[in-house]
Ligand binder design. Structure first.
Ligand SMILES: Nc1nc2c(c(=O)[nH]1)N[C@H]1C(S)=C(S)[C@@H](COP(=O)(O)OP(=O)(O)OC[C@H]3O[C@@H](n4cnc5c(=O)[nH]c(N)nc54)[C@H](O)[C@@H]3O)O[C@H]1N2
Ligand SMILES: Nc1nc2c(c(=O)[nH]1)N[C@H]1C(S)=C(S)[C@@H](COP(=O)(O)OP(=O)(O)OC[C@H]3O[C@@H](n4cnc5c(=O)[nH]c(N)nc54)[C@H](O)[C@@H]3O)O[C@H]1N2
Ligand SMILES: [Mo]
Length: 681
């Protein structure tokens, strides 16, 4: 058999957006996948799970035909039907719901199963053309981005390719070894030149294993740590007063605020010793070009926005932004200026309610505040997301999705927890079977991923499905008559980028700004160009957010009944709930495990590898306990968003996570949970 390699881009929701070289064999199958060496950020390195992507594309569990439910809701009994029948049924249900209850009773729900702009955004085109309910798309970045913007004003920062020029790299709530391997590629180069690596993380994760220094702080205490570090920086004359006078809003006000925010104040709040805080603050203050890579992980707390802002203040005190390789980065999203008007028909948007995707359980339960005076949700089309598994308060989500009076259509690659609850399941293509255009939230390249193989079975792309549906619903729009390639081409041109053909021959477009601008040396994105040490929180919140960087104690606190804090970070071999279906990823992650310190385990009389029940007021889950000194006393960790069916009782970890909206703009505090544990035999 002959084969050849074609270029593509990893579509998964990961900051890396790796450039790929994919082997296509002449029997319409995928072979090997390598990182593209010609992309300077990917630099030929990709994660193990995407290198094995053939396993996912050609998986026997891939959905290949439209399926209609035959048994009770959630029974898993379906029968194959044709695409025409499926689309007619879907259109008829959506029309009927809209006629009876109003268009806002239809909720097109999506997230980032693919990050491709066309396949991700098409569902919004239908929403806008039909006046269906809007969605607050806040499950991942809302808290972190709010915190970062409160200071810098813009979602970008030091070019990640400059990590190599740094002499001190801090992975702050960022498990790069697992969640963005390329960052580690560049960190390794910096370390060869003598850079030191610090990891700030509640437990010893894979990244902490590689660090020179690991600070195991309590979850949600980053604001206290950063504030005390700032105290030390001022006290020990490690601040750059000239830089602050020029680039920040109120250094004198901050200095006064910090007077009593000493390491001794922060020690009990963070669980770190005074010596650890002093040492880290001086290490940071004395570095020439310190680079803080802030992870979204640290933002998944009720005080996450305040914490991200506090950490983002550090380089504004030392002036690290002035050095190549110095400064900080949360994400690169604002480097791209893609005009999505055509993809999303945003010029047709109507003033509809915005339903909170993290509160899908409450929305489906008909909570009046969540419905915002509008009709109950009676029909849903889900693309690119697995809300039954990934959304908080998942028991309530499941209950809602099982409602007899809800018509649920799920367009998926696999029979996920969500698809299992559907009335209609439609088969979706993978990125290798359709065309798309990719930006990134962790690197500066605009890239293409054009179709490499024919769709498997009857799988169809999101764009195709939306256009077929639009036709049946009578929605008219120029993009509904276009192929993906035509839409990509027109979008590129409307955005002032090279067209599809040019971009394809260029390989990629570097959308970075000159290094100095990435480091805000031409001013921060605030009206006066100054970084806000005194954060610029959106106004009108019911709760006053702290005026200065501080410790803001609004976390789900432990109490006698819930003595432990739980965090639920991603697993290395999964990508959110994706890859929980492939054997090789499952073999590496084994099973859902409660990581617990041996001392705590003894106190609660658990046995290693024995069953443990974990719970709080929201629910209970049953899984295996795994003793480890990677996790400090008082904390428990469950890695990976496993499907509910992988837990002993069928209930997944997000049953324990709260869906109350963190300030200032909502989101989900996935790593901010108090629990009890009990031996279960
Ligand atoms: N392999 C793999 N890669 C992924 C993903 C995946 O599921 N698997 N998911 C992708 C997605 S959608 C995203 S958004 C990114 C997320 O990637 P990251 O930004 O790295 O975020 P997380 O992995 O959620 O959390 C990172 C670390 O934050 C720590 N943490 C939790 N609470 C706190 C806290 O209060 N303070 C501090 N300092 N640390 C805390 C956790 O222990 C964890 O080790 O990764 C992407 N990449
Ligand atoms: N406990 C806990 N929960 C979390 C997190 C956590 O750290 N801890 N992280 C949160 C974060 S950061 C995020 S971003 C969310 C992620 O939540 P989701 O965006 O829902 O991510 P996935 O679980 O990967 O589900 C995406 C689904 O889209 C499907 N898909 C992929 N490509 C396509 C396509 O082209 N078309 C269609 N129709 N479907 C496609 C995949 O098969 C997959 O089932 O989860 C959140 N949930
Ligand atoms: Mo995410």
């Amino acid at each position: 058999m002959t084969s050849a390699f074609f270029s593509s881009t990893c579509p998964h929701d990961c900051p890396s957006a790796c450039a790929l070289k994919v082997e296509r064999r002449d029997d319409n199958t995928i072979g090997r996948i390598h990182g593209d060496k010609s992309n300077p950020f990917t630099a030929g390195v990709i994660c193990a799970k995407v290198a094995r992507y053939a396993e996912r594309v050609h998986h026997p569990g891939r959905l290949r035909q439209p399926l209609r439910r035959t048994g009770a809701k959630g029974s898993g009994q379906f029968k194959p039907i044709s695409w025409d029948q499926a689309l007619d049924l879907l259109a008829q249900q959506m029309n009927q719901v809209a006629e009876t209850w109003g268009a806002e009773a239809v909720w097109p729900y999506f997230y980032a199963g693919t990050m491709g702009q066309v396949q991700r955004g098409s569902i919004n085109r239908l929403r806008n053309l039909m006046g269906y309910s809007g969605q607050l798309t806040n499950i991942c970045t809302a808290i972190g981005y709010a915190g970062w913007k409160a200071g810098t004003g813009k979602i970008c920062g030091t070019d990640p390719r400059e990590l190599v020029d740094s002499d001190l790299i801090v992975l702050w709530g960022c498990n790069a070894v697992a969640t963005q391997v390329n960052t580690m590629t560049h960190i390794a180069l910096a370390r060869k030149r003598g850079a030191r690596l610090v990891v700030v993380d509640p437990y010893r994760n894979h990244s902490a294993d590689k660090a020179d220094l690991h600070l195991a702080l309590k979850p949600g205490s980053d604001g206290a740590l950063a504030t005390a570090m700032m105290h030390v920086l001022f006290r020990d004359q490690l601040v750059d007063r000239e830089y602050m006078a020029r680039y920040t809003d109120d250094p004198a006000g901050l200095e006064a605020h910090l007077i009593d925010r000493t390491p001794a104040w922060a020690a009990p709040l963070t669980g770190l010793s005074v010596a650890e805080i002093e040492h880290f603050a001086r290490l940071y203050g004395r570095a020439r070009a310190s680079f803080i890579r802030i992870g979204l992980g640290m933002s998944r707390q009720r005080n996450g926005a305040v914490n991200v802002h506090a950490v983002s203040c550090l380089p504004a005190l030392t002036g690290a932004w002035q050095e190549r390789g110095g400064g900080a980065l949360l994400a690169t999203s604002d480097l791209f200026h893609l005009d999505k008007t055509l993809i999303e028909a945003s010029d047709h948007a109507r003033p509809v309610r915005q339903l909170d995707m993290c509160r899908i359980g409450a929305v489906l339960a008909g909570e009046p505040a969540d419905l915002q005076g509008g009709p109950p949700v009676k029909a849903m089309l889900v693309q690119n997301s697995n809300p039954a598994t990934v959304a908080p308060e998942s028991a309530r989500v499941r209950q809602g999705l099982l409602r007899e009076d809800l018509f649920l259509c799920v367009h998926e690659q696999f029979m996920t927890d969500t698809a299992l609850l559907a009335d209609l399941v439609l088969p979706a293509t993978t990125f290798l079977e359709h065309d798309d255009l990719y930006t990134s939230y962790g690197q500066p390249y605009l890239q293409l991923g054009l179709q490499g193989i024919e769709p498997l079975g009857e799988a169809r792309s999101n764009h195709w499905l939306i256009n077929q549906l639009a036709r049946r619903l009578g929605a008219e729009h120029v993009a509904c008559g276009w192929s993906e390639r035509e839409l990509i081409d027109a979008t590129l041109l409307a955005s002032g980028y090279p067209d599809l053909e040019q971009l394809d021959s260029m390989g990629r477009l570097d959308c970075s700004l000159p290094s100095e601008q990435m480091r805000f040396l031409d001013g921060f994105a605030q009206p006066d160009g100054r970084f806000r040490l005194r954060p610029d929180w959106p106004t009108g919140e019911q709760v006053q957010m702290p005026e200065w960087p501080d410790y803001w104690p609004v976390n789900e606190g432990v109490d006698q009944r819930h003595p432990l804090r739980l965090i639920t970070p991603p697993a290395r071999h999964f990508l959110n709930s994706s890859f929980t279906e492939t054997d090789s990823s499952r073999a590496r992650e084994q099973q859902p495990k409660l990581l617990i310190n041996p001392g705590d385990a003894a106190e609660y009389r658990l046995s290693d590898q024995g069953l443990v029940r974990v719970g709080n007021t929201r629910g209970e889950v049953l899984l295996v306990a795994s003793f480890t000194d990677r996790v400090p006393s008082g904390l428990v960790v469950v890695e990976g968003i496993w499907p509910g069916r992988d837990f002993v009782d069928g209930v997944g970890i997000n049953a324990l996570v709260g869906a109350d909206a963190p300030l200032p703009g909502g989101g989900a505090a996935f790593h901010d949970v108090a629990v009890w544990v009990r031996s279960a035999g």
